[in-house]
Design a protein around this ligand. Structure first.
Ligand code: OSB
Ligand code: MG
Length: 369
């Protein structure tokens, strides 16, 4: 394929409600949509999931935009690409910056699928035509408010409820959820808010039969998570610590987790996600797809990766209306009773609606060489 132009559409999207984790509160979402255009005028789309500030990981949006403009966009317009799998190799001399790499690679994947007349799911070897979705609920000021949120999402039929925890907002809060909602599929995400000094708290959570505890310890750590997993019965799921195929291999070999949350941006794109998928499947480590407060393009990429066979647990790929009054795609992503139908028509399966996107657009950078 010949890519003649990359456009970086920089958006500021207002979230319906703020989203609070152990590392901070998000109110507006600064998002970059990557558009890759080929010599016939066809466009593929990707989304950069970096946070506005380097709080979840070291990447942040201003830096990702520079990385895309300076390194990754020029590489895809300067080189003839036969297949999107080549993009990771093309980017390899430049270390890390996985979310920037993934955003450009994602646009190339979508373009490739469209050129071949396939859906993105088919292009990556996905077979599922429906995927189960859960929801991630941020910390609320009081447990009562959180219980109301949980009630809403249980009523909407989400297949799994994830709540954020941090020291001081854990055991009592989880106990109240269990007391009110009984045996619902429930998990907790700490976003690395604990250390092994908190082992008694983490052991106490075993009493609540959580599906898993996500990233309790430091981002990047594998050793302490392996020690922790030996001490608790709740499966450890790693998010921040799995930033490459190599770290997934390390986590599996060390026994640092029993479940992996795959985020396409965090691991550097779809090609790397597929490689981690195949590794995890071989080792009976179930996967699910995590979210990064995505707009529609990122959401559709997440749904596509979830159609691979070893994504056996509900992901964070909720409806477009989870965070947005109006998403940038048509049709929007809609979960009914916790199920999203995979649109297998063409590429990511929906159009970027420029009329809708333009209301959020701050700036578009164009890279042609
Ligand atoms: O840890 O999974 C996380 C959002 C931003 C950064 C990190 C995380 C999250 C979420 C929300 O949990 C997932 C979503 O609904 O998109
Ligand atoms: Mg997480």
């Amino acid at each position: 394929m010949k890519i003649t132009e990359i456009r970086l559409h920089q958006l500021l999207m207002k979230m319906k409600t703020p989203f609070t984790t152990s590392f901070g509160t998000q109110q507006d979402r600064f998002i970059t949509i990557v558009e890759a255009i080929d010599d016939s005028g066809l466009s593929g789309f990707g989304e950069c999931v970096s946070g506005e500030d380097p709080l979840y990981s070291e990447e942040f949006m201003d830096a990702s935009i520079i990385a895309m403009k300076k390194y990754f966009a020029p590489l895809v317009v300067q080189n003839e690409i036969e297949h999107p799998d080549e993009v990771w190799e093309l980017f390899k001399p430049f270390k890390r910056n996985n979310m920037a790499k993934a955003a450009i690679e994602g646009a190339v994947w979508d373009l490739h699928a469209k050129q071949k007349g396939m859906s993105l799911s088919e292009a990556i070897g996905g077979k599922k035509r429906q995927v189960e979705v859960g929801i991630s609920l941020g910390l609320e000021d009081t447990d009562e408010l959180l219980l109301e949120r949980v009630q809403e999402k249980v009523d909407e039929g989400y297949k799994r409820i994830k709540v954020k925890i941090k020291p001081g907002r854990d055991i009592d809060m989880i106990r109240k959820i269990r007391e009110r909602f009984g045996d619902i599929p429930l998990m907790a995400d700490a976003n690395s808010a604990y250390t092994l000094d908190d082992i008694e708290t983490l052991k106490a959570l075993d009493a609540f039969d959580l599906m898993m505890i996500e990233q309790p310890l430091a981002a990047g750590d594998l050793i302490d998570h392996a020690k922790l997993q030996k001490e608790i019965s709740t499966p450890v799921c790693l998010d921040e610590s799995i930033d490459s195929y190599e770290s997934a291999l390390g986590a599996i070999e060390l026994g640092s987790c029993r479940i992996i949350n795959v985020k396409v941006g965090r691991v550097g794109g779809l090609t790397q996600s597929i490689k981690i998928h195949d590794l995890a499947e071989k080792h009976d480590i179930p996967l699910w797809c995590g979210g990064m407060l995505e707009a529609g393009v990122g959401r559709l990429h997440n749904i596509a990766i979830t159609t691979l066979s070893n994504f056996t647990l509900p992901g964070d790929t909720a409806s477009s209306n989870r965070y947005w009054y109006e998403d940038i795609i048509t049709p929007e992503v809609v979960a009914e009773d916790g199920i999203v139908d995979v649109n297998t028509s063409y590429g990511i399966g929906a159009d970027v609606d420029f009329h809708k996107m333009n209301q959020y657009l701050k700036k578009t950078d164009v890279i042609t060489e």
